[in-house]
Design a protein around this ligand. Sequence first.
Ligand SMILES: [Zn+2]
Ligand SMILES: [Zn+2]
Length: 72
Amino acid sequence: MACKGVCTKYKAKKSSYVTGRYMLGQKRCSTCEIFVNWDGKYCPCCNSPLRTKPKGTRTREKLRMIQQIKRI
Ligand SMILES: [Zn+2]
Ligand SMILES: [Zn+2]
């Protein structure tokens, strides 16, 4: 399993807050060292399992986080 460069197609836009990326549904691939906008559990590029939310998050908390991000 190695980076083939395909992940750049799914690369997530920059966010000022690292935790905000997970809240917005972006997932991190530790192999490609990139955040991707991808629905699956595995990287579309290297097929490694993607990291999603660091903690269990409820929908209400998620919405609150998004609102906070928008305000900033
Ligand atoms: Zn990759
Ligand atoms: Zn990957």
